[in-house]
Structure formats: C-alpha cells, structure tokens
Design a protein around this ligand. Structure first.
Ligand code: 5GP
Ligand code: MN
Length: 498
C-alpha cells in the first residue's frame, strides 16, 4: 500500500504523519486527534496554506515540509455534542427491537419498557453530572466553567422535587422534635433509614440548635435553614456519597461530641468547625474516587493538580455556598473567627482523603501518651480524627442500619470499576466486582482501617468502647463467619465437581 507523508503544525510544533489512502477513516481521525492531544468533545480543524479548511480523511493531499497544514483542536459547544456511538447504537437497537416485537406480538412487553427507561435514565445521568463530563455529554459550556467556575448561586434553579423538600423542611422545622428522637440522635444507634430528606434537614437544624450555635455564634435561623438546604442541593444522587451519607456522618459527629463531652474541652467555634466540616465533607461527590479522577484526568484532577482533587472540591463547594450572605452562617462572626473556622474546615475536610489515613493516625498515636487539650497541635489532629471516625463509622451502627450502607458502597465501587474497564483505565482492585464480596470487603476494612483507628480514639475517650469499638468488633465476627462459610461452601462445591 502506498503511503504518503503529511506535514502539519500543531500547538506550535511541526509534526509528520504517515498513512496510506486505504487507511480506515477512523484511524486517520484518531491519529490527528492524538497529535492535537484533543479530548472527545474537541473538534479538529485542518487548514491549508491559504487558510482554507480541508477535510481530515485518508484522501488528504500529501504536502511538503514548507507547505504544512495547520491543525487545531477547538472545544465544541457541548450542547451540540451527540450521544456516544455505543449509547446511540443501544437506543437504535432497542427501537428496532421494539418495532419488531410490536409487529410480532402486538404490544411492548414490560421488560422492554424497563430497558428503555434504563437507557434513558443512564443518558440523563451522563448529561446531568458535571463530573461525568469527560464522557463528552455534560450539558454546559465546559470551557467557560473551567475558566470561570460558577459559584453555586448561579446554578440552575431548584428542580421540583427539591422545592418540595424545601417547603416541607420549612414547614416541619417549626414543629417540635420529640425528646426521645433528640436523645437517640446523640448515639450511633440512630436509624437514618426511617427519615426522609426534609426530616433529615430538620434534624440537622436540631443539632445546630442543641449545641447552642444559634445563640453563641449569632446564627440567624433563616440563614441556617438556607445553608442546610443549599448543602442538601449540592449532594448528588449517587449510590453512597449522597446527602444521606452526609447526614449520617454529621449525626455521628454530633453523637461523638455529646458522648465524649467535647463541649468541656473545645470552644463552640471548634465544635462548629467539626459539625460543619462533617456536613460539607463530601459536597458534590461524583461517585468516582480520587484514583479515578487522576487516572481519567478529569477536570477536577487537572484543577487540583492530582492533590486530593475530591476533598479540595468538597471544600471549595462549601465556601462557595457560604459566599452568599443569605446562607452564610459565619457572617456575624469577626474576621478572626471566620479565618479560624475556614482554616479548621479546610484542615478537617482535606484530612478525609483516605490516602492520608496512615499519616494522620500515626500523628494522633504519638500524641496519645501525652495528649493535652490545651496543645494546639494535639487539638487539630483530634479534630481530624473525629471527622475521619465519623466518616467511616457505618459499621459502628446496628447491623440493620449498617448493612444497607455496604450495599450502597459496593454499588458505587462496582460502577467505578465497570467504567474503568470500559475506559481501559487501571481497575481499582477493592472495587472490582470480580474480586470483592461483602464479607471480604468488610473483614479487611475493619481489621486494617476501622479497628486501629477506633482503638486509638477509645484510648483517649474510654467511654466510646461500648459505642463504637464493641459494635465494630461484632461486625468483624459476623463478616469473618460469613467469609468462612462461603469459603467452605465453595470448597464443597469443588469437591462435588471432582
Ligand atoms: P469518603 O469517600 O466517604 O469521604 O471516605 C471514606 C472512604 O472509606 C470511602 O470512600 C470508602 O472507600 C471507604 N469506606 C468507608 N466505609 C467503608 C466500609 O464500610 N467498607 C469499606 N470496604 N470501605 C469503606
Ligand atoms: Mn464521606
């Protein structure tokens, strides 16, 4: 096959490409796409020496080094980007199948209708989650957002469902929460699954009020309500890192504050840092981990140079919400108090990156024999540990509450590893559905992460033993038994096959 040589200038470099006229068109496009380091949503434009556009096809005319083409990658208006071919193809096949079934059977069976709904909702998800924008479907002008990220105020108006939650929240917030519920709220026994979103917002308001933050830190009730509602609006509808997880982490933090009588060791300002950090610690989580962000080179990884991209983003979102006076619960504090809270929240939220787990635990461990509540450094590491414990405390809850959370977590993990496989990215081993099971995931996590962390906090607060250490030990026994039984069953099956 005869090959030709194309000379072209891209990003200020003179490059050469070689291909034959028989080369498939897609390969030629790929070649220039790679040369321009373009992403899927970019459009490639090739100009000749006269400045006229030429088609990028296998028939592109060969040229000399001094009559090179000019290649440019231009960001397309994403509103006009079509669906990816796989999805298009799936919709097309479904449509054909539907027509055929109608011809043969006369009506569309339920299973087909369900499939169509699934495809549609998947497409909607791709179009609505900013963090899936690397798939090229997100409906906004991405480059403008990159240059000038929109603060949360300018985001689209509140969708209907949220407006209803808002109304119900405001309506219910004037009603009294019973003493029994309030007491329950202070322990890890609290069952989050019984409460709907508007009710969780009311309970969060109760937590702020019961710690006396409104009076002590001059927080106006309507500002607190606006703040809580905005926080709710900025959690995504993902399986695990959603608003309910935010509620659980905040509730555990609230419980720990009471159980350890932290009010006698920390001023209200620091307690506000802890509760607010818990509330904001996963804001706008896309359901894909830091490792994914970095491997897929998402805009979050680029924006934060691979350094805790998610945690940096959660924190930026928090201060974006607080940037509007009508929901700034810190607006009546002095400049110095504001700076103290901001620094504390940044420290705590960034500390939730599990990549820093061992480092933070080690630093807490060395303070143990000499822990001093008046030592600034000791207090700071304790605040981080309190948030970290709250963040990963599901297994300290009763089994009936904890187990559904594990299903949610694995669903999110499996979503990620499936995407990694589809995209040809490295597969995160503990998220791989082919390698992980409920018991294996928990026995490892409890032994190597939870128990060492919870044991360290319990050394400082022995009263926590019954509340967090005992239930986690029980969960480990439960999942170890399950793991053993599963293994025995598997061995038995293998024996029978022989
Ligand atoms: P987060 O992402 O919620 O801020 O940080 C906590 C991380 O710890 C989660 O993303 C997840 O990887 C891990 N994690 C939390 N709870 C559990 C659990 O119960 N089991 C396992 N296997 N991992 C957990
Ligand atoms: Mn979390």
């Amino acid at each position: 096959m005869e090959t030709k040589i194309i000379h072209f200038m891209v990003h200020g470099r003179l490059e050469r490409a070689e291909f034959g006229s028989e080369c498939p068109a897609a390969d030629v496009k790929d070649l220039f796409q790679a040369a321009a380091e373009a992403e899927p949503h970019h459009i490639l434009k090739m100009y000749d020496t006269n400045g006229s556009l030429v088609n990028i096809t296998p028939q592109l005319e060969a040229n000399g080094e001094d009559s090179y083409y000019r290649l440019e990658a231009v960001a397309s208006d994403l509103k006009r980007v079509g669906t990816p071919p796989e999805l298009d193809d799936m919709e097309h096949r479904l449509h054909r199948l539907e027509r055929k079934v109608i011809e043969d059977v006369g009506s569309v069976p339920e299973v087909l209708r369900e499939m169509k709904t699934h495809v549609e909702s998947f497409k909607e998800k791709l179009e609505s989650l900013e963090h899936l924008s690397w798939m090229g479907l997100f409906k906004t002008d991405r480059d403008q957002r990159l240059a000038d990220p929109k603060p949360p105020t300018q985001q689209p108006s509140v969708p209907d469902g949220r407006e209803q939650v808002h109304r119900r929240f405001l309506h219910m917030s004037s009603l009294q929460v019973t003493e029994e519920v309030k007491e329950h709220l202070k322990t890890p026994l609290f069952d989050n699954w019984q409460w709907e979103e508007a009710e969780m917002l009311v309970l969060l308001q109760v937590m702020f009020a019961d710690l006396d933050f409104l009076a002590l830190l001059h927080i106006e009730l309507d500002v607190l309500q606006n703040f809580l509602f905005e926080v709710y609006c900025h959690y995504n509808n993902v399986p695990f890192h959603n608003f309910r997880h935010c509620f659980c982490v905040t509730q555990m933090m609230y419980g720990l504050i009471w159980l350890t009588d932290l009010r006698s060791h920390f001023p209200p300002l620091d307690l506000l840092v802890m509760l607010t950090s818990a509330l904001c610690h996963d804001l706008d989580h896309p359901g894909y981990s830091n490792v994914f962000q970095i491997n897929a080179q998402t805009h979050l990884a680029r924006r934060y140079n691979n350094v805790s991209p998610l945690e940096n983003h959660h924190c930026t979102m928090a201060f974006g919400i607080l940037s509007e006076p009508e929901r700034n619960i810190l607006k009546n504090l002095s400049g110095e108090q504001y700076r103290h809270i901001r620094a504390g929240m940044i420290r705590c939220i960034l500390a939730t990156d599990m990549a820093r787990h061992n480092d933070i635990l080690l630093r807490f461990r060395v303070t143990q024999p000499i822990f001093d509540f008046t030592n600034e450094e000791h207090r700071e590491v304790l605040m981080k540990i309190m948030l970290k414990v709250s963040d990963i405390s599901n297994e300290a809850r009763p089994m009936a509450v904890a187990e559904p959370w594990l299903d949610c977590l694995l669903q999110e993990f499996f979503n990620q590893s499936d995407t990694e496989k589809l995209q040809g990215l490295p597969v995160t081993p503990f998220m791989d559905r082919d390698q992980v099971s409920k018991p294996s995931s928990q026995t490892n996590f409890i032994q190597f992460v939870l128990l060492p962390l919870f044991t360290e906090l319990t050394k400082l607060f022995p009263c926590l033993e019954q509340h967090i250490l005992v239930p986690v030990q029980r969960a480990l026994d439960f999942y170890s038994d399950m793991e053993r039984v599963t293994k025995q069953e598997k061995e038995q099956e293998e024996l029978e096959l022989l």
